[in-house]
Ligand binder design. Structure first.
Ligand code: HDE
Length: 697
């Protein structure tokens, strides 16, 4: 008797994106979608040489028809994203706290797909607006797909999913004019958030350097909500998930971000693509904060409130595994665009908490995938399909690729002698049987009411440099806001966070006087200690690994110095890009040719983590009075980068007005050993001591 089941299929050639490609590399005959060989792909069929095109032309019509339907709706948020494949490796058995299959065996690997994104911008926007970054991970476990759909910031703007449409409407383009896109620096956003005090903690993060990451490789990720871990005995604990980048955290400065968006709008995706292609696989550790109900009950805030963190000093993050991204996609649309994350995708051993934001997300993600992908069969798209056996009776619908054979499409049935797929209470997903009683009501728990204390805690946990960046970001954004009452309202909230911050922002906005502090439901707690783990700069990697050195060379560049620099950079695990007056490169002092990666005005210093100006007397003329070369050093200086230079480069610094300002972050390179010293300095990533002396950027 035929079994009625769906088994994870081997997708047949032709259905999974392998059309048009010859496995042997030999050139196949072009065909229509129906497989009919095409004789002429240059001309449509017409009556007479110069006559009208015929409706009969099935080849042209099929091609244009397909083209007309190539786009699917972009994501309503997180539209701009970039995905890659990899794997997750579990460190040790966690069977004492969870029965999730993925965490049972040391060293076990499961495949993973990750999509990073910005939130606000449309699909074609730039990579580096000030914005939260999505960090969505799909883990293809042996017990089904687990999606951890997180962000690079551990808190969120709102506490209840019912406000999400308002938040997103306010933050995206204004509805009448359709702009500004990909940025929060406009009236509607600041109007909404200043009317929603619960967003204050998130705003501190969003105005911090976290919102302008150097690249996806240098960001943390967070599951944000509290989830549940449940072990075999049915014991449940709360868990918060963290991704920690192996290369450490790093951000750019705001003025740099503005310029990068022009110089390379694909800065982040290019960085990820290049790193994976050269075998420098981006890596994160998965860490967990595990705590029980007793901790949750005595914690200062509600663990179900997504506008709060649990400081790592209170519950340390325990590393439990690593994520490695080692393969770029074959096709952007098939994989990155069609990947469908759903927060409801969890596996046995993990459960949701009652966080009202998470509960709302569980509805939203499935719903949005139907709209975007157009069919309830989106789980059959290869990137979404589980990599474990699947057996069910769901069938039909648009684009059904794997309808089961046989007569039984219902359960129970008598056609399969009981051998068809059946439920299994021993291994099947189970929910934590939490006791729930009380009245059904539309309320916000009073345990969610403190909106300022952790905003303050975040702020006081930052270094002076970082605090200055936060104030500057508020000033920048609010200076784009037309209505003064909105600006004032924001400052009135900041007065509940930190007086100095409020003063600095008010001054930056040119306010004549400070407003009254906003009315707070709960007064700000001042007893929460600083949490050093919240600072990027206090937790620097102390390494230049994975970073990019830009070397501006001229004709006649000293060949020894150049190769010493290259060697020093490579031994630090960094990459080198050569920037030259022309893309044809230069001839070095020993007559060898040095190829260029960029012409100087296409390779501004904002694209690099540190720069060296390796100019020789012979070629100095071409660069000294060249605007882009001046910008190269000026920007590197203003963005507090380490700058190496030869003596022959000094006239360029002079023409840029920097000669008298050169500081300890500017390192002269005269001999090969100076190159090593320079790269050692670069491990600090930025020469922040300079920040006070450069014009605010
Ligand atoms: Fe999302 N979010 N979100 N979100 N979100 C989407 O799903 C939603 C929230 C996050 O790379 C959408 O497939 C609601 C928090 C990421 O494909 C949509 C609420 C966090 C991605 C949706 C939130 C996120 C999304 C749009 C309030 C961090 C990109 C397209 C309760 C923990 C995933 C889509 C990808 C995408 C809804 C809040 C992260 C509409 C209703 C909090 C990383 O379903």
């Amino acid at each position: 008797m035929a079994k009625s089941k769906n088994s994870n299929p081997e997708y047949p050639v032709g259905a999974g994106g392998e059309i048009h490609q010859s496995a042997t590399g030999k050139s196949d005959t072009l065909t229509t979608q129906q497989g009919v060989p095409i004789a002429d792909d240059q001309n449509s069929l017409r009556a007479e040489r110069r006559g009208p095109t015929l409706l009969e032309d099935q080849v042209m019509r099929e091609k244009v028809f397909h083209f007309d339907h190539e786009r699917i709706p972009e994501r309503v948020v997180h539209a701009r994203g970039f995905g890659a494949h990899g794997y997750f490796e579990n460190y040790e058995s966690l069977s004492d706290i969870t029965e999730a299959d993925i965490f049972q065996r040391a060293g076990e690997q499961v495949p993973a797909f990750v999509r990073f994104s910005t939130v606000l911008g449309n699909k074609g926007s730039a990579d580096l607006p000030r914005d939260v970054r999505g960090f969505a991970v799909k883990l293809y476990t042996k017990q089904g797909n687990w999606d951890l759909v997180g962000n690079n910031i551990p808190v969120f703007f709102i506490q209840d999913a019912i406000k999400f449409p308002d938040l997103v409407h306010a933050a995206k383009q204004e509805p009448d004019r359709g702009f500004p896109q990909a940025q929060s620096a406009h009236d509607n956003f600041w109007d909404f958030v200043t009317l929603m005090p619960e967003s204050m903690h998130m705003l501190m993060w969003a105005m911090s350097d976290r919102a302008i990451p150097r690249s996806f490789r240098f960001m943390e990720g967070f599951g944000v909500h509290s989830f549940r871990f449940i072990n075999k005995a049915g014991e449940a604990r709360f868990v918060k998930f963290h991704w920690k980048p192996a290369l450490g955290l790093q951000s750019v400065v705001w003025n740099e971000a503005l310029k990068i968006n022009g110089a390379d709008p694909d800065f982040h995706r290019r960085d990820m693509w290049d790193a994976i292609q050269r075998g420098d696989f981006p890596e994160w550790e998965l860490g967990v904060q595990v705590f029980d109900d007793a901790f949750a009950d005595q914690f200062e805030f509600d663990v179900l409130d997504s506008t709060k963190i649990i400081p790592e000093e209170q519950i340390p993050v325990k590393p439990i595994g690593k994520l490695v991204l080692n393969r770029v996609v074959d096709n952007f649309f098939a994989e990155t665009e069609q990947v469908a994350f759903c927060t409801q995708n969890i596996v046995r051993g993990i459960d949701f908490s009652n966080d009202p934001l998470l509960q709302g997300r569980n509805f939203s993600y499935l719903d949005t995938q139907l709209k975007r992908l157009g069919s309830p069969n989106f789980t059959q798209i290869p990137v979404n399909a589980p990599k474990c056996p699947i057996h069910h009776f769901q069938q039909d619908g648009h684009m059904a690729m794997t309808n089961p054979r046989g007569r039984a499409n219902y359960e129970p049935n008598s056609w399969d002698n009981g051998e068809g797929p059946r439920e299994n209470p021993d291994t099947g997903f189970r929910s934590y049987p939490q006791q729930i009683e009380g009245e059904k009501q539309r309320v916000r728990s009073e345990t969610f009411a403190d909106h300022y204390s952790q905003a303050r805690q975040f702020y006081i946990s930052q270094t002076d440099v970082e605090q200055e960046h936060i104030a500057d970001a508020f000033v920048f954004e609010l200076s784009k806001v037309e209505r003064e009452d909105i600006r004032l309202r924001m400052v009135s909230h900041l007065l509940n966070v930190d007086q100095d911050l409020a003063n600095n922002v008010a001054q930056g906005l040119g306010l004549a006087s400070l407003p009254e502090p906003a009315k707070a439901a709960i007064p700000t707690r001042t007893d929460l200690p600083a949490s050093p783990k919240l600072s990027i700069l206090l937790n620097g990697p102390g390494s230049f690994k994975g970073r990019k050195l830009g070397v501006l060379v001229s004709e006649g560049v000293d060949a020894n110095l150049f190769s010493a620099l290259k060697d020093a950079a490579v031994s630090e695990g960094a990459t080198v890009a050569v920037v030259a007056p022309t893309v044809g490169g230069v001839t070095a002092s020993d007559g060898t040719s040095i190829a260029a990666n960029e012409k100087v005005d296409g390779g501004p210093s904002v694209l690099f983590d540190a720069v060296v100006v390796l100019i020789a007397e012979e070629g100095a003329d071409k660069l000294i009075n060249h605007g882009p070369a001046r910008d190269f050093v000026n920007d590197a200086f203003a963005h507090c980068k380490f700058i190496g230079y030869t003596m022959d480069a000094l006239p360029l610094f002079q023409s840029a007005g920097l000669e008298s300002k050169l500081d300890a972050g500017c390192i002269s390179i005269r001999k090969a050993s100076d190159a090593t010293d320079f790269l050692n300095s670069c491990k600090e990533l930025r020469h922040w001591e300079r920040q006070g002396s450069v014009n605010k950027v």
